[in-house]
Design a protein around this ligand. Structure first.
Ligand code: FES
Length: 273
């Protein structure tokens, strides 16, 4: 398996640190945006798609024991802060979603590789499913700052689960799909990308695995010699975050790969799913 981006010198080392919750805002139905302070050295070297393993428990407690992985939604290098998108799915995320400004969190990161924007890429297609939108917001921030052309497509169960358009910065074409038709196209987000596949230099996606299978079914007949390349971020439990527990492996054409180290971003053509 070949990760989409190699580690760059000085950008791959992670660290454990204590961060203070700076702000909590509701978004996308029952989700929140959780903004925390982080050391400038961490924020400055961060790249879109990297994640942090967060201890979702009070200091001194070991329950739940395992940290939870969160991709960065937005990084503010001036304020030295990181924002995460948290939806209360299970015990850990429910605990995290209840945090308040002033509380502290135990963080480990940044971890993993990142979405790469190759030189000369000008037209980017981004496809988000649900809370998978998080790393693509940071990627779109970086791409918009480079004045690249971006089409951002998002799917959700209903309109409440969609990212507000106001959250996207720069001049971005934003298209949405909902399962119930309450906003945008009724159906899957992958059903509205056909016109943009051949247009794009690169495709970036983040969402559940079934979305990647339909993305492959829609995009492959429109791609020529596997171009444009498709970079996806896989979702796995990340117990350790540094390749020790093998709880995050992904099956690829080159064998089983620990996605916390050589992922979570992969070339879709390399992943077996
Ligand atoms: Fe332990 Fe990846 S999370 S090996």
């Amino acid at each position: 398996m070949q990760a989409t981006a190699a580690r760059a010198p000085g950008r791959g080392s992670s660290r454990e640190f204590e961060s203070t919750v700076l702000a909590v805002e509701p978004i996308m139905g029952d989700a929140i945006l959780l903004t925390v302070g982080a050391p400038p050295s961490v924020v400055e070297r961060l790249l879109p798609g990297q994640f942090f393993n967060v201890a979702c428990r009070f200091p001194g407690s070991f329950d739940p024991l395992l940290r939870r992985p969160y991709s960065v939604y937005r990084a503010d290098r001036e304020k030295s802060s990181l924002t995460f998108l948290v939806r209360p799915f299970g015990r850990g995320s429910a605990w995290l979603a209840k945090r308040a400004p002033g509380e502290t969190l135990d963080m480990l990161g940044p971890l993993g590789n990142w979405y790469a924007i190759p030189p000369r890429s000008q037209r980017l297609l981004m496809l988000a499913g649900g809370v998978g939108v998080a790393p693509l917001v940071m990627l779109s921030d970086d791409a918009a700052a480079q004045r690249l052309d971006i089409v951002f497509v998002m799917g959700a169960a209903d309109e409440h689960g969609l990212l507000p358009a106001s959250e996207l910065r720069g001049s971005i074409e934003y298209l949405v799909a909902t399962d119930d038709g309450s906003r945008g196209h009724r159906g899957l987000a992958t059903e509205i990308i056909s016109d943009y596949v051949a247009w794009a230099d690169q495709i970036y996606a983040c969402g559940p695995e079934p979305m990647y299978r339909t993305l492959r079914a829609v995009a492959d007949p429109l791609r020529i010699h596997q171009r444009p390349k498709v970079q996806i971020s896989v979702e796995r439990g990340m117990a350790c975050g540094f390749g020790a527990c093998l709880g995050c492996v992904v099956e690829t054409r080159r064998g089983m790969i620990a996605s916390c180290v050589r992922g979570p971003v992969f070339d879709l053509d390399e992943v077996v799913m």
